[in-house]
Ligand binder design. Structure first.
Ligand code: BES
Ligand code: ZN
Length: 458
């Protein structure tokens, strides 16, 4: 291990430059104008894996964006680890809020700034470099490694299940590791043991066949914008509890031990709030902020549109109104069921005189890790060697659809070893990656591979 670790130390600057090069490719999966960039992005990663002489490197096409697969299977009798990440990135608007351009990664204050540097290209590169470290120093890996890096995570992984079915045999492994989450705080190695799921839909409220003069028709017919506003207002009570009947029926309540563990974390609520710029915290009563964000379900209106938006005034009864609504889900809520409950409720509470249409978007299932599995102790040891600090177990309020899909398909535990920071500006302007975390991340991954080599292969 010593030579591998010192090789990682010597490569520090080169790894940063390599990541800068990859992050220049604007692989925005939600924007059709960037379709070719997402392909180039996948090819860039595949070229690096070919350079490392992986025994298989394949770019797997999907109906949407391609995924990259590679395998290094030269450790007979040793366990196989499946590493997952995503190579696509979020859009960059509002562009004028970026201090340096999103696709010209800059180094300032020990950080790399740019879109995708931490979510998730930097974290994918961590594993690629840990693999290279062994190949360069020991000429082989201590375990077998398979890598799957998808190109549609930021748009809901809609083609992932089919891709995983097609390649089920290729993805067989003993353990799974995903690096696409954040650490609890600076220098605190964190294993994420729970992710929320997601249900996303769009509701369209329609009235007249086109906008009407509000003088001639106002008072005579229903106004779709008024109707939608009334409907949205009936989704929560004053404390933020969701009013959709059945919404909480399948929710697994936190145990006293889980609540105590969350309460024991050094959470600075003031600092957390300051980061948001909001005047106060808000949410379902009876739960702490961390509990609400990590282990309680939510329903949020992500956007709303309808009627006249231009300058000045225009007197109309708008023809339609629309809202995008999503729910973060916790075990055992399933996106299909929650979608049905929310749609039924929206249809039921629609005021008379309008038609309501609900359009389903993507979803993802929640995940809770089996933390009593021995692989969690292994991961803690790897983290302790790299960071010199004990590991904390955390959850995240975000979603990674792959995690539950692979856990269900294989029955194998998934280690969520993330190297981001809570204030990393993922999905926002000025996303950054802590370069010390990037470096220690590569070491953590290397130690993890080494520690896993002492576990039996099934
Ligand atoms: N890296 C995030 C997941 C994440 C979010 C981890 C927050 C830790 C904290 C991932 O790339 C992501 O943004 N996922 C989407 C998934 C969705 C589109 C299905 C999310 O959570 O919104
Ligand atoms: Zn993301």
């Amino acid at each position: 291990m010593e030579s591998t670790v010192s090789w990682i130390d010597r490569g520090r600057e080169r790894f940063v430059q390599e990541l800068v090069a990859w992050c220049k490719i604007p692989a925005i999966s939600s924007d059709p104008a960037h379709k070719a960039d997402v392909v180039a992005n996948a090819e860039h990663l595949a070229a690096e894996l070919r350079r490392l002489k992986a025994d298989r490197v394949e770019v797997w096409p999907t109906k949407g964006h391609p995924a990259v697969f590679a395998s290094f299977m030269h450790a007979p009798g040793k366990p196989t680890l499946l590493v997952y990440g995503h190579h696509d990135v979020q859009p960059v608007d509002p562009l004028n809020e970026w201090i340096s351009p999103p696709f010209e990664p800059a180094i300032r204050d020990g950080r790399m700034w740019g879109r995708g540097v931490v979510d998730d290209k930097g974290q994918v590169w961590i594993h690629v470099k840990a693999i290279e470290a062994f190949l360069e120093t020991a000429k082989k890996l201590p375990i077998n490694i398979k890598l799957i890096v998808e190109g549609e995570e930021e748009v809901g992984s809609e083609n992932l299940e089919e891709l995983m079915k097609t390649h089920a045999a290729d993805l067989v492994a003993d353990f799974v590791c995903v690096s696409d989450t954040a650490m609890f705080g600076r220098g605190i190695p964190s294993l994420c043991v729970g992710l929320r799921g997601l249900m996303y839909l769009e509701v369209v409220v329609e009235g007249p066949k086109s906008d009407l003069h509000s003088g001639s028709f106002g008072g005579g017919v229903a106004n779709p914008v008024n109707a939608l506003a009334r409907m949205i207002a009936r989704l929560h009570d004053d404390q933020g509890k969701v009013l959709v009947p059945g919404f909480y029926d399948k929710v697994v309540e936190l145990t006293a031990a889980e609540r105590a563990e969350i309460a024991s974390l050094p959470f600075d609520e003031k600092e957390w709030l300051a980061q948001t710029g909001c005047p106060a915290t808000f949410g379902e009563s009876g739960f702490s902020t961390l509990e609400r964000v990590w282990a309680r379900p939510t329903l949020d209106c992500n956007g709303i549109a309808g009627g006249f938006q231009g300058e000045g005034s225009k007197t109309i009864i708008p023809a339609r109104a629309m809202a995008k609504i999503s729910c973060r889900l916790v075990p055992h809520q399933e996106p299909e069921e929650i979608e049905r409950l929310v749609s039924q409720y929206l249809t039921k509470i629609a005021p008379p005189g309008v038609n309501v249409k609900v359009i389903r978007h993507h979803g993802g299932r929640p995940y809770l890790a089996p933390t009593d599995h021995p692989v969690f102790e292994v991961a803690k040891r790897a983290f302790a060697k790299a960071f010199g600090r004990p590991t904390v177990f955390i959850r995240e309020g975000g979603s990674i659809p792959f995690v539950r899909t692979i856990a269900d398909a294989t029955g194998k535990p998934c280690l969520l070893m993330g190297f981001g920071q809570p204030d990393e500006n993922a999905h926002a302007p000025n996303e950054w990656l802590d370069l010390e975390n990037f470096h220690l991340g590569i070491k953590s991954a290397a130690y993890l591979y080494d520690e896993l080599s002492r576990l039996p292969a099934k």
